[in-house]
Design a binder for this molecule. Structure first.
Ligand code: MG
Length: 157
């Protein structure tokens, strides 16, 4: 068994869709700034998977200078990283996510996000956990200037 961890953060932006774990979360016309769809959960999951197999980070594979990835749904990145994980002879055992967001409230979307991550990884939702925390109004995340996510994954042979 091997373990990997990932982290990602994106700035809040007006006029963008908020996409978390492949799920569009309505948020009064606000979302996250980024070259792709800025899905912090999927970006953190990619880095966690790459970490678990010792294969670098998301920027090595999907640089934000590459026009191919402009406004891309980040589930594609997860799918491509997963292919690499499987090629190395591993399968995903479980994923644990912590999202740091002051707003919007994620509780109503937690189950959908969990199902979406599970579907993208080809595992049962019981192997995926999604937690949401605020930053108690502290710092850039607490002031709603950014949203971040941590991901920990374990993979086995
Ligand atoms: Mg990112």
């Amino acid at each position: 068994m091997r373990v990997g961890m990932g982290f990602d953060i994106h700035r809040v932006a007006e006029g963008r869709q908020l996409v978390l774990g492949g799920v569009v979360v309505p948020w009064a016309g606000k979302g996250l700034q980024g070259h792709s769809d800025a899905d912090v959960i999927f970006h953190a999951v990619c880095d966690a998977l790459l970490g678990a197999i010792g294969a670098g980070d998301i920027g090595n594979y999907f640089p934000d200078t590459d026009h191919r990835w402009k406004n891309t749904a980040s589930g594609i990145f997860v799918t491509k990283v997963l292919e690499l994980v499987e090629k190395r002879g591993f399968r995903v055992e479980n994923v644990d996510i912590t999202v740091l967001a002051e707003e919007p409230k994620l509780a109503p979307h937690q189950l959908n996000i969990r199902r979406s991550i599970a579907k993208t990884l080809g595992i049962e939702p019981a192997r995926v956990n999604v937690k949401a925390k605020t930053m108690e109004q502290l710092g850039p995340i607490g002031q709603q200037e950014a949203i971040a996510a941590y991901a920990v994954v374990s993979v086995g042979t």
